[in-house]
Design a protein around this ligand. Sequence first.
Ligand code: ATP
Ligand code: MG
Length: 362
Amino acid sequence: RIHQRYRECRDDIDTLSPCFLSVYESLKPAKEEKAKQNELLQSLQKSIDKEWPNAQLHLYGSCANTFAFSNSDIDICLAIDDSNMSRNEMLLKLAEILQSDNLQNVQALTNARVPIVKMMDPKTGIACDICINNLFAVANTKLLKDYTQIDDRLHQLAFIVKHWARSRAINETYRGTLSSYAYVLMCIHFLQLRKPAILPCLQVSKCPMHIQLGYMSSMDSRSWTSVQEMEATYVLTVDDTECAYFDQVAKLKNFGAQNKESIAELLWAFFHYWAYHHDYTSDVISVRTGSIISKQLKNWTRRVGNDRHLICIEDPFETSHDLGRIVDKHSIKILREEFERAADILQYDSNPSITLFKPYIQ
Ligand code: ATP
Ligand code: MG
């Protein structure tokens, strides 16, 4: 393991990038899909307006944060302020509205961890989950999307990592592995920590400015000014928590330009980090601070109820929330073996862009 930890990546690593980029291109959904989703969203909004004129529908999750594969389900949040009804009553009423609008397979799951109404639109064939007032998800969806605007390598890396996780059956929260959301946060955090950094930390009010400036030491003075002005430009208050960050990402377009690492190098380093470098006993990865923080600081050192904190990924806004808390003794072993398998494939395999995604057969 120690030997593994200090190994350098193979000499021909850059020659692997074109193959990984073509995998990436093949995963991106066609533009028409987006149009169909928007059409459905508008028609749903019309039906909702009749009953709840002040309610709004927001897309969230992968269909809105740009990390969706083809034919993904879409996640919708109904934002509504109606103090006369409980959330379950709203869900049931929503299900009624959708049913009378001829949507198919309408089901209200009021006992789920995140209660939702599920349904399918027969016109477009799109399946949807609709939740109520889950505004944290709306804010974190926008955060992920904004990070993708800064450097193309985030989109490439996260798509490939999601595809790998799906192929290897480790993107299944109900079985104790990680959500897509968690994998994307792992990618953002990884790119924040490259030297030079490929991504900044957008929640800068809580991150000392000199750290960001340090990363950018050789950029021109105009870019310096834009970074110095990175106070929160987006604020959404959810319950009592302020979700705030700098969202004028067009100004950060060149942030990662100093770093020339290719996608194959980054993939190698990503898997290598999670296989051989991450300190699972004491570290928490934190996109919010753009750094690694300690489990001790978060009080995540021991199991409380079902939360085991065997791999710790801090939610950028709900900071008491560890996205790794669902991982148990069994699934942490599977995850770490998969990280090692992936790192070894990137290191030694003659055809990594095929072998990496070989489906896991149970
Ligand atoms: P997929 O393409 O696999 O559906 P996704 O981006 O929709 O990917 P999910 O993991 O299904 O990702 O999550 C959907 C959205 O729900 C996320 O974008 C995030 O906003 C929110 N979310 C998911 N899991 C959590 C969580 N544990 N805590 C907070 N928000 C979460
Ligand atoms: Mg989803």
